[in-house]
Design a protein around this ligand. Structure first.
Ligand SMILES: Nc1ncnc2c1ncn2[C@@H]1O[C@H](COP(=O)(O)OP(=O)(O)OP(=O)(O)O)[C@@H](O)[C@H]1O
Ligand SMILES: [Mg+2]
Length: 266
């Protein structure tokens, strides 16, 4: 379980970016984090794996706490991050080296590396691009290479910080499919997104507003009860139609299914 206990963060002392944020994520969850621009989502993501240290409160993973540097290393390894811009994430000169770089960083024994690289490439469908340089890959492929580097570290959690937002529809749906695959394999998935239809795929939503956690619950109650416009967000297409048609017993996800089957959209 990943626990945020009254966590606060600021970049500049006079501007709090996260305020008293508390929640716990159980192993195996699929969570969306949403909120307007500048609400603190990316900062939260970086606190989840210790890329940034909490200024107040504590971040813990199981028995490990971020405030102990030795334990923090374990957390960093257990929580993988995938960012928005695939261009920013490539450090080395080809896909295989990119994966190896991460593994060497966490001191994976040399005799395990080959197998980890092979299975990570397979997980993201980039086997035939093992030796490709970044400029030889599409945006979606680069993003999948970044995901391969994360998955090779065998994380318990993966946080996708608007990882689909720079991809075309095909790249986006491939990445979403990967998130679902990983979730099915038991990895806890946290997706930060501006796409409200992506939220319908998760089981739980956290809403940040100016650094404060203002909602934590199911997508269904989120879309029914939260004044989304107030937070700079829109209802998903399927939910808007459901509301127009006066939905009653169905959940938001049911509505998505009904709308999708009616008009053959995903
Ligand atoms: N490196 C930094 N130095 C100073 N301030 C920062 C830094 N990074 C973010 N901030 C500020 O912290 C606040 C939260 O930023 P953050 O990137 O976490 O928001 P976000 O919810 O991810 O926004 P977006 O939807 O635009 O990605 C913003 O006011 C931002 O300007
Ligand atoms: Mg962000």
């Amino acid at each position: 379980m990943l626990v945020f206990d009254q966590v606060g963060y600021y970049y500049r002392r006079d501007q709090e970016v996260l305020k008293d944020v508390s929640f716990a994520i159980e192993k195996g969850e699929f969570i969306s984090i949403v909120g307007g621009n500048g609400s603190g989502k990316s900062t939260l993501a970086k606190l989840m794996n210790g890329l940034l240290p909490a200024k107040k409160g504590s971040v813990r993973l199981g028995e490990k706490t971020m405030s102990d540097p030795k334990q923090a290393r374990g957390i960093r390894q257990a929580v993988g991050l995938v960012f928005q811009n695939p261009e920013d994430q490539f450090i080395t000169t080809n896909v295989t080296d990119e994966i190896i770089f991460g593994l060497e960083n966490i001191a994976v024994p040399a005799n395990e590396i080959g197998e980890r690289v092979r299975s990570a490439l397979q997980a993201v469908g980039l086997e035939s691009y093992a030796n490709s340089a970044p400029h030889e890959l599409s945006g979606g492929q680069k993003q999948r290479a970044a995901v391969a580097a994360v998955i090779a570290m065998q994380p318990q959690f993966i946080v996708f910080d608007e990882a689909t937002s720079m991809l075309d529809p095909e790249g986006r749906s491939e990445l979403i499919k990967l998130m679902r695959d990983f979730h099915q394999q038991g990895i806890t998935v946290v997706q930060i997104t501006h796409h409200m239809d992506e939220v319908l795929a998760s089981r739980r939503v956290l809403l940040l507003d100016q650094g404060t956690l203002v909602f934590d619950g199911s997508p269904d109650s989120f879309f029914r009860e939260t004044p989304l416009e107030q937070y700079g967000l829109e209802q998903p297409f399927a939910v808007r139609i459901g509301q127009l048609l006066g939905w009653t017993g169905e959940t938001a996800a049911d509505w998505k299914g009904r709308v999708a089957s009616q008009w053959s959209i995903g």
